[in-house]
Design a protein around this ligand. Structure first.
Ligand code: SF4
Ligand code: FE
Length: 482
């Protein structure tokens, strides 16, 4: 099966019959819906890049299970080099789309499951790994888009899943039968769910024996009976319904998050990768989180490159690009952005081989990477807003610019340097608005905080993984304390 193009991918989405709701109404054709389409376009770039001769090394790989060249998004990391290529690929895609292209969560899910299912089988004599490999072959052969669904609604955060007044606030097994299991619950903030072929479900936290029915992982086609998608709103999303593209800022692409409801969904055993083996929820959650925290060292630096480029451009359009303080602010933005990239590369370079053969990133360094991502993009955005000026929040609309009555005033009074058209200046303001606080914030600013886990989740991991007694010993030895 050849690697799909973006066009093949979009056509294949039309063959699904998925139940999607937006503004309280069912969307008959999600792919063509103006609010959804830019996110489909962004996901399609992950397919087109596998055909771009310039990026073959990064965007494709040789499968260790089917032996053929595949899209790297369905590859299981077989070396440190694979881990590093992942970060580089995500950076390039962030640069090309300026938003979230959505396909990495499923990629991180398959890599996690490849090592965890192997280890469950080794310890308990189950057959999860073989099932997983069959699933892997299927998605590689058909070049499918997998969505990773981890976050549960969680209800009262002080209570474990089984103690919640409503037991469905974490996704759980409600029935186990000969043919498979039935699951109920919901997953929230699910990246690219509506644009996917397969939904891979994982538990959102470590489970104890009391919560074992919540220790469940499986994959189902995205148009399985009982699945309902509720599309997430984005700031300024109705601008996509307007005539003209300029006010979107990013004229082609956007990210996508949706709520996925599992209204008693049947999953056949061959698609189940964990069912009640609660002691393996710890490595599953830890490894998945680490992979996705590594991912942010790639995609967010790529989007950061776009924002830095927009900031340098607006400085030029405003006639201030030579001012020493402006140049220094651009240097600072680059310093912060490259620090994030360095963290992504570092946690990859210090990766290790798990018993299944899959390479895992260094978990401590991946958490450091994401923890910096919860801070630096905020500073990068602050500097972009500082350099650009208030028009990113106050500029008139494209319709005003094109108005036969008042358009000439907009042209005249919002002009910067003489040789740059006013429209170009407004377009860059809109792009900065998009990434820092508008439509694109879902793929950059706010996502930097909560995507792949909120800051406290990383601090817990840092405390757990750092050997503080070793550091105390170092200090005592040098201070002459026995
Ligand atoms: Fe990929 Fe980044 Fe989007 Fe996560 S946030 S799916 S890593 S582009
Ligand atoms: Fe994300």
């Amino acid at each position: 099966m050849p690697i799909k193009t973006g066009k093949d991918y979009i056509e294949s989405l039309n063959k699904r019959r998925i139940r999607v709701y937006l503004f309280g109404e069912e969307v008959k054709n999600p792919v063509e819906h103006p609010i959804i389409r830019p996110s489909v376009n962004a996901a399609a770039v992950t397919y087109d890049i596998a055909h771009d001769p310039q990026y073959q090394e990064l965007s494709t790989a040789k499968s260790h299970v089917i032996g053929e060249k595949i899209n790297r998004f369905n590859h299981i990391h077989q070396s440190i080099e694979d881990l590093i290529k992942k970060v580089k690929l995500l950076r390039v895609l962030g640069q090309k789309t300026g938003t979230c292209f959505q396909r990495c969560v499923g990629w991180d899910a398959i890599n996690t499951l490849s090592s965890v299912t192997y280890e469950i089988d080794q310890k308990l004599g189950t057959q999860y790994y073989e099932r997983f490999l069959n699933f892997l072959k299927y998605i590689q052969e058909n070049d499918l888009f997998c969505c990773g669904a981890m976050t549960d609604p969680k209800g009262d955060r002080s209570l474990p899943p089984s103690q919640q007044p409503d037991p469905d606030l974490y996704l759980r097994i409600i029935e186990k039968g000969e043919g498979g299991i039935v699951v109920r619950g919901a997953k929230v903030h699910i990246t690219g769910a509506v644009n996917s072929h397969e939904i891979i479900v994982m538990p959102t936290r470590t489970m104890t024996e009391k919560d074992k029915s919540y220790a469940v992982s499986f994959a189902v086609p995205s148009d399985t009976d009982g699945l309902i998608y509720v599309y997430g709103r984005q700031s300024c999303d109705t601008r996509k319904l307007e005539e003209g593209r300029m006010d979107l800022g990013n004229v082609k692409y956007s990210g996508q998050e949706a709520m996925v409801i599992f209204d008693d969904v049947f999953v056949p055993w061959e698609r189940v990768f964990m069912a009640e083996e609660y002691e393996f929820t710890l490595p599953l959650v830890e490894r998945f989180a680490a992979y996705h925290r590594q991912s942010y060292g790639g995609c967010k630096t790529g989007v950061g490159d776009v924002l830095i480029g927009a900031t340098a451009t607006i400085a030029e359009y405003n006639g201030i690009e030579k001012a020493a303080h402006i140049r220094d602010k651009i240097v600072e933005m680059n310093h912060l952005n490259e620090t994030l990239y360095a963290c992504g590369i570092a946690c990859s370079a210090e990766g290790y081989k798990t018993p299944s053969g899959t390479y895992q990133v260094n978990i401590l360094l991946a958490n450091i990477c994401k923890h910096n991502v919860t801070r630096f993009p905020y500073e990068i955005v602050r500097l972009a807003e500082d350099v650009a000026g208030g028009l990113i929040a106050t500029a008139p609309s494209e319709k005003d610019l094109r108005s036969p009555e008042i358009g000439r005033y907009i042209q005249k009074y919002l002009k910067g340097v003489n040789d740059v058209p006013t429209e170009h200046r407004l377009r860059i303001f809109r792009l900065i608005e998009n990434i820092s606080m508008g439509l694109g914030a879902v793929g950059y600013r706010t996502e930097s905080m909560h995507g792949a886990g909120s800051p406290q989740a990383q601090r817990i991991m840092i405390e757990r993984m750092v050997d503080i007694n070793f550091k105390k010993k170092l200090a005592k030895a040098l201070a002459g304390i026995e």
